[in-house]
Design a protein around this ligand. Structure first.
Ligand SMILES: [Zn+2]
Length: 321
């Protein structure tokens, strides 16, 4: 209002200055600057112009994720519902492979806009993500020798299991069924074996532990971390009775060594729904739940994404694998 006295010309100049001071690009990208090898991380792109989707480029792969309209508070609203205070969001989980040698990677997010006129404002965003290592100690375990050196007649079965898991993890589901944090699949009695530990079975090195072992008694109900579709339910040589759930957009969880499977392949499950019972089937030293999180084809540490629960009960025997 104070500008009035300088005349209309001055008011116009001031208005133009305000307009050009607004950010031209309406896109923002949220991602951590540093991630541990073996962890996954959440990336979100927000936009105040309507988006159809966002394509994330990471480790040479492209992942196209549908954008959803959200209220300013971040709550998703059904597509087609308009409102004055709406933004668009696309979120993805991306992995940093445990064994990758790179010191970092560039993450690129390119938006597909709803209206061509917004294309210039939605230029691709590039962010560098640096990698570091967490401590991964060695863990020595004793198991039945058939799991260290499998009998020759089991070779075909082990190969078929591997193919079955590969096929299950290759199933595409464009629906976004997961939400963070994940539901904890068993009550929190602590962890008996961390993700990424180097394993030595009966004195022989056998790679790293690609999951998180949660302490749980035999027969305890195992509940789904998030909504999804059962991608695999069956008996595998090393994993025992196993359930894999596809949560969409490249996110899977698996629940191994179950005494009983209570779902079938193709079935839809809800977050917190029982999918099986804790057991000691496959290569184990005792009953527990092995939980895996697989993101864009890589096994990553589930622990940072699990909902916290008040700790703990008594410390029991170490049960693992
Ligand atoms: Zn395990």
């Amino acid at each position: 209002m104070r500008y009035i006295r300088y005349g209309c010309g001055m008011v116009l100049v001031m208005c133009m200055a305000v307009v050009t001071a607004l950010p031209a690009a309406a896109l923002t990208l949220e991602a951590p600057g540093k991630v541990a090898r073996g962890d996954a991380f959440l990336v979100s792109v927000m936009s105040n112009t309507p988006l159809r989707s966002v394509t994330f480029s990471w480790f040479g792969k492209k992942h196209r994720i549908a954008a959803v309209p959200v209220n300013m508070g971040g709550q998703a609203r059904p597509r087609g519902v308009s409102g004055r205070h709406t933004q668009w969001r696309a979120s993805i989980l991306l992995p940093v492979p445990l064994d990758c040698k790179e010191s970092g990677q560039n993450l690129t997010a390119a938006a597909q806009v709803e209206y061509a006129a917004d294309a210039a404002a939605a230029a691709p965003i590039v962010k560098h993500v640096a990698f570091y290592d967490k401590k991964r100690p060695v863990q020595k375990l004793n198991v039945d020798k058939k799991f260290v050196t499998p009998p020759a007649d089991q070779a075909a079965r082990i190969k078929a299991d591997r193919e079955r898991v590969r096929a299950a993890l290759a199933k595409r589901l464009t629906e976004h069924c997961w939400a963070l944090p994940f539901h904890r699949p068993v009550p929190d009695r602590g962890v008996s074996s961390l993700f990424g530990l180097k394993r030595v079975f009966n004195g022989q090195p056998r790679g790293v532990h690609k999951g998180l072992d949660l302490r749980a008694p035999q027969g305890q109900a195992v509940t789904a971390c998030a909504d999804g579709i059962v991608a695999l339910a069956g008996d595998l040589y090393y994993s025992g009775n196993a359930v894999y759930i596809n949560h969409g957009e490249g996110v899977f969880t698996s629940y191994l060594h179950l005494s009983k499977i209570l779902v079938r392949e193709g079935q839809r499950v809800r977050r917190g729904e029982t999918v099986g019972l804790v057991g000691a089937t496959g290569r184990v030293t005792g009953p527990h739940l092995h939980l895996s999180l697989i993101v864009q084809g890589e096994s990553v540490d589930p622990q940072p994404f699990l909902a916290a629960q008040p700790k703990p009960v008594e410390k029991k025997h170490e049960r693992q694998n």
